[in-house]
Every structure is written in C-alpha cells, then in structure tokens.
Design a protein around this ligand. Structure first.
Ligand code: 9D3
Length: 243
C-alpha cells in the first residue's frame, strides 16, 4: 500500500513514520511512503504557499494551484489512489472505516491547515474528507501519521502472529483485558491468581470477563454494538445490577 502525503511540513510526517511498526513495514516493502513538500509546487522566488482570504478576515488560505499540482504529480506514481483531505470537518475515522479502506491500493493524503485551504482545490481533486476526532489540531500532519499507522497495522505481514491485529481492542468491539508481567508479587501488589494457574481455559474466561467489565465501566457505549454471546449478555446484565 502506498501513501503519498502532501504537506508544508514533510518532516512532521517523515520522522514519526520512520520508527517502530510503520518504519519496519516500509523496510519490508509492505508500505511505501512518499512525501511531497507543498513548497516544491509553489511558484516565484519566495515559493509562497498561502495568501489572504477573499472577503476579508484574519489568517491566510493555502493556494489551490500548488495542491492541485502536487496531487497530479502523486497521481502519476499511483493513478488509482484515493485522494483524501485530512480536515476537521471530515467524517471521523474509526475502526470500521479503517477496515473498509484496506481495499484501496494507495492514498494521496492532503494535510489541512489551521488557515484553511482554497475550496477549489478540495472541489477539484478530493474524493473524501476525513477527520481523526472532535478536537482542534494545528494541521493535518499528525492526522496523516494516525491514518497511515492505523491502516498499516492491518496489512498482512506487518504484525507478528502474537500481537496480530485480530487481538486489537475494537476488533470484537470490546476494550482490552488487564496485563501483568514479572514480578508475580511486588510493592505494587500481586498478580491475579488465575494467571499463575496454568489453566488456559480459566485464563481465557477471566480475560473475557475483564474485557467485558472494562468496557462496561469505561465505554458503556461500546457494549451496545459488541458481538456478545447470550451468556455474556446475561453476565453484563448481572454486573449492571451491581453498579
Ligand atoms: C475556525 C474553524 N476551524 C474549523 C473547525 C478551523 C480549523 C481548525 C483546525 C481549520 C483547520 C484546522 C486544522 N486541523 C486539521 O487540519 C485537521 C484535523 C483537526 O483539527 N482535528 C481532527 N482531525 C483533523 S484532520 C486535519
């Protein structure tokens, strides 16, 4: 999967996406990352990327032409890519959207900017606008990192079998169960007995119950949508009674 990112601040995207899982996925050739510096598509001695808004008001607006030119350049490398504008007014990214986007061969990501972007650029080249949540960022660069990370970890061969994306929170609509490692007993307390028992069936049952409890306490909204057995639904009802 190829990601072409169009931004005024390429290093804000390049650095985080060189480390850890995405960095390794790039080394393995599972994902390709291309950065297009918007500055390279700007004209004139000073390569100005923005200008004052028509109609007045504060701030500046990113010009349409450099963005359109950058998208055209990126499209030469991946003609079938989906063009996404990362902006605060877009549809909010969630797990279901991530899974749906995996069918694409690649993406051209345009980073929004607090200043705003000339609407004509958006109207002429963008397939979809996506936000990463209801809070204000100063630009789309970190959103681009979030987008690339969330998709990359779902691609075959990126994660080992052990921490496969199948085990992710949200995969079955529940939050994670608690984790413990050595020492079994320390100043911070003891590890739950069942985890030391070696009884894999009991451990699995305990973890599932803990996941249900954590979800009920921290994200009750997720319980409604989770895939639960009848036995689990009954357990939830019983726990609700005790809250
Ligand atoms: C003054 C009105 N604001 C719109 C709600 C203007 C505005 C704020 C922040 C315009 C652009 C931005 C910059 N944000 C992004 O580019 C952005 C973003 C975000 O702010 N929140 C969540 N997801 C994203 S993706 C890109």
């Amino acid at each position: 999967m190829k990601f072409s990112v169009i931004t005024l601040f390429p290093e804000m995207v390049e650095v985080p996406l060189s480390a850890s899982m995405v960095g390794r996925a790039r080394e393995k050739g599972i994902v390709q990352l291309e950065l297009l510096s918007l500055r390279d598509f700007c004209e004139g001695k000073h390569r100005v990327a923005d200008d004052a808004p028509f109609g007045g008001g504060g701030g500046m607006v990113l010009k349409a032409e450099p963005i359109v030119k950058a998208v055209k350049m990126a499209k030469m490398g991946q003609p079938d890519a989906k063009v996404i504008f990362l902006g605060p007014q877009g549809r909010t990214l969630d797990h279901t959207m991530v899974m749906g986007l995996l069918k694409e061969s690649g993406f051209i990501l345009i980073c929004g900017h607090y200043e705003g972007v000339d609407q004509r650029a958006l109207d002429s080249v963008v397939d979809e606008e996506i936000s990463i949540g209801d809070y204000v960022l100063s630009g789309g660069e970190y959103a681009a990192c979030v987008f690339v990370d969330a998709l990359t970890r779902q691609l075959p061969g990126v994660l080992g079998d052990e921490d496969s994306a199948k085990h992710d929170s949200f995969y079955d609509g529940l939050l994670d169960f608690p984790h413990y490692t050595r020492p079994a007993e320390g100043a911070e307390g003891k590890v739950p007995e069942v985890l030391m028992s070696g009884n894999h069936e009991e451990v699995a049952k305990w973890r599932r119950q803990q996941a249900l409890l954590a979800t009920l306490k921290k994200r009750p909204d997720l319980i409604e949508k989770a895939e639960l057995s009848n036995e689990e639904k009954a357990y939830i009802q019983q726990q609700r009674g005790q809250l």
